[in-house]
Every structure is written in C-alpha cells, then in structure tokens.
Design a protein around this ligand. Structure first.
Ligand SMILES: *Cc1c(COP(=O)(O)O)cnc(C)c1O
Length: 381
C-alpha cells in the first residue's frame, strides 16, 4: 500500500472505531416531509426546510424561469463578468425583507462567514464566539488571525469576563467582534440577544448574529429573532442562509450599504468565487414572496402547531439527547426501520458523548406524523 493509501486507511479505521464514520445515504425522491431514503419511504425529520418550501412548485418554476432567461451558469465572479439581474433582485428582496439598507449573497452560508469575518478582522483584533456556534464561524474566526476566545454557551457573564480581558489587551485601533447564532442549530435554544447587545455596546464591540435557522419563522414579519426581540438597527452584521427556510441554497449578509460595499471589495469568498446560478436567486426570491405574504404567516402557524405536538417551545429544532455515539446510531436505525428518518448527530458536529437525535419539524408534516414520532421515541435522558 502506498503511504497515501495507508494514511487514508488508518484514518478511516480510527473514525470507524469511534462510531463516528459517516456515509452518504441515497435519497431518490425530492426533499420534503416524506422521502425515499436508501430505497425505503420515511417521514423526514432531518431537514432545515421548516416551511416545506424546498420542493414547492412556485420555487421550482422560478428556478426554471431564471434558467430560461439567464442561463444555467453565471459565468464568473460577479465582479468579473457582471452581476446578473436575478442576483440583484434577490439582494433587494432580502434587504427589504430584513429591513436593512442592503444585502450581499454568497454561494453558501459557509462562504458568507468565511468571507466576512476575515475581511473585518486581522491579527491585531479580537473575536468572542459562543461555544456552540456553527463550524463556519469557527473556521472564519481562525482564518482571520484574530485572537479568539470562546464563551460558555449563552453565558453572558462569561462573555463579559472575556470582553473585560479583551479591553485590557486591545490596542487603540483594535476591534472586538462578538458572534452568536440567534437560534442554535443543534440545540434549538435561543441566544440572549438583548444582554449580548447591551454588552457589546458597553465594551465598544461589534456584533454579528447568524440567523440561519431563525430567518423566515420568527418575528412579526418573519425576519427572525432580531425582529422578535426588538433589536433591529442595533446589530452591525446579520447573517442568514437561503438553503433552510428559504428552500433554495446560498448565504447572505445584510446591514448598511457601507458594510455591503466593503464586503464586495474585501470578502474573498465573494470576490474569488463564481456567482451562484441564476436559478438559485430565482427560487430564493420566490420563497421570500411566500414567506412575506399572508401564506407565510399561516405556514408558521402550522409549524408551531406541529412543534407543540412534541414540546411546549417554539423551536423547530428539537434535540433528543442520547449520549453515546453507538446508542444514538442504534436509535436512529430503529426509528428508520419504523419509517421515521431522524438523523443521529455526533462529534464533531456536537461534543463527544453528547450524541443525539436531531428532530426537525416542518410545516409540511401532518400533525399525526409528529404525534407518531413522539410515541416512537424513548423517554429522553
Ligand atoms: C447551515 C448553517 C450555516 C451554513 O450555511 P450553508 O448555506 O449550509 O453553508 C451557517 N451557520 C449556521 C448556524 C447554519 O446552521
């Protein structure tokens, strides 16, 4: 065996021994509340498509129409070959939806984080992130070269201690950025955004809030948690994704026109990457029309009803803690044999021995689907 193959083989064996091996499972149906996975039908509790828009005929039609008018591909980066009309329209729609001056679309949420944070910070700066933020934020923070400190999950006292430490260390020109999610993707809990915003103001820091899972389902006009808790206009950077509630694919940053102008000039994952296909912007624009209409309100109502069949909260992400990786896998397998696809989430997505089933609820589920799942689940530990 070559040294290359020997390396790969040893790594794979290690991953397997830890019950952490993953493989791709074939889905031969569209994404939706019911899918066909590895050849068998199942009710799908794995998706972030909380309003059931990913396979909505109107999104599909909009993607096809954008393809017809503007082509399958975008040709180059938007700074090189020009910015196609569907992308411009989508960004205007996002900014209007979020109530910000402007927005910038990236090919994924991951790319949005990776482009934005290193554009803002260098090795003379500081970044404080919640222990449970998404990997894209962690990677972006590392890439920036800024001094990174991790605060205990949702713990404002720990954040304050870190900010105090940074205040002593920082030079007159150095910046401090705090990053959190509003609805956490694997635990389904909410960040204390008001307290964090108050802290960033008293410590002269900036705040970036990743609303990947909250955009489209929280707040009076469904802008997200920032709207729901009344913090609009107070947060420097808002991040979101187009691949979750909005049923398409991509990520975005929104904020002031000056911020977006800066990112167009400095965010490397935007500058040095081919623009997403026109179809993506077509579909996401159609999704925003639905989410902002009366129908969007009704879908959220249906989503809440479905969530209530499982617990008393409002989060569509419901973790069912198991503990060991092997036990989580076994439980997921058993549920699948009974027709429920609920993925086991393991390290490194969550901490070791915090393996869990991650139940995602959708407005597209029947209330009965959710009730049957509740009956099939063992009592949580
Ligand atoms: C999904 C997700 C991302 C990444 O978005 P993609 O579009 O999937 O790359 C970033 N942050 C959070 C909190 C997410 O859940």
């Amino acid at each position: 065996m070559s040294s290359f193959d020997a390396f790969l083989e040893a790594q794979l064996r290690r991953i397997e021994q830890q019950n952490l091996h993953r493989k791709l499972r074939l889905v031969s149906s569209p994404q939706g509340a019911r899918i066909v996975i590895d050849g068998r039908p199942a009710v799908n509790f794995s998706s972030n498509d909380y309003l059931g828009l990913a396979s909505d005929p109107r999104l599909k039609e909009a993607a096809i129409e954008a393809t017809r008018q503007f082509g399958a591909g975008s040709g180059a980066s938007r700074l090189i070959s020009g910015s196609l009309q569907p992308h411009q329209e989508l960004e205007r729609s996002i900014a209007r939806f979020k109530g910000t001056e402007a927005a910038l679309v990236f090919s994924s949420g991951y790319a949005a984080a990776l482009g934005t944070i290193p554009a803002l910070l260098t090795d003379t700066d500081f970044i404080a992130i919640d222990k449970l933020v998404h990997a894209s934020i962690v990677d972006a923070a590392r890439l920036s070269g800024a001094t990174m400190r991790v605060f205990k999950h949702n713990d404002v006292n720990d954040l304050e201690a870190i900010l105090r430490w940074m205040a002593q260390k920082r030079g007159p020109a150095s910046k401090v950025l705090i990053v959190t999610e509003s609805l956490f993707s694997m635990d389904g809990d909410f960040a204390p955004l008001q307290e964090i915003t108050a802290l960033k103001e008293s410590y002269d820091a900036w705040l970036m809030v990743d609303e990947a899972h909250a955009t489209g389902i929280f707040g009076m006009t469904r802008r997200g948690r920032i709207e729901e808790v009344g913090l609009e206009g107070k947060i420097e950077l808002q991040m979101g994704t187009l691949g979750k509630v909005l049923g398409a694919s991509g990520g975005f940053i929104c904020g002031t026109g000056r911020l977006i102008d800066f990112l167009v000039n400095r965010a490397r994952s935007f500058i040095f990457s081919t623009a997403p296909p026109p179809s993506l912007s077509g579909a996401a624009t159609a999704a925003l029309q639905i989410v902002t209409s009366k129908e969007g309100g009704e879908l959220v109502k249906k989503l809440r009803e479905n969530i209530r069949s499982l617990n008393s909260g409002t989060s569509p992400v419901i973790p069912h803690l198991v503990g060991s990786e092997a036990a989580a896998l076994a439980l997921a397998q058993e549920l699948l044999s009974r027709g429920f696809f609920v993925p086991a989430i393991r390290y490194p997505t969550v901490a070791r021995n915090k393996a869990r089933l991650r139940i995602s609820i959708s407005a597209a589920h029947n209330t009965d689907d959710v009730r049957r799942l509740a009956e099939a689940l063992p009592r949580s530990q």
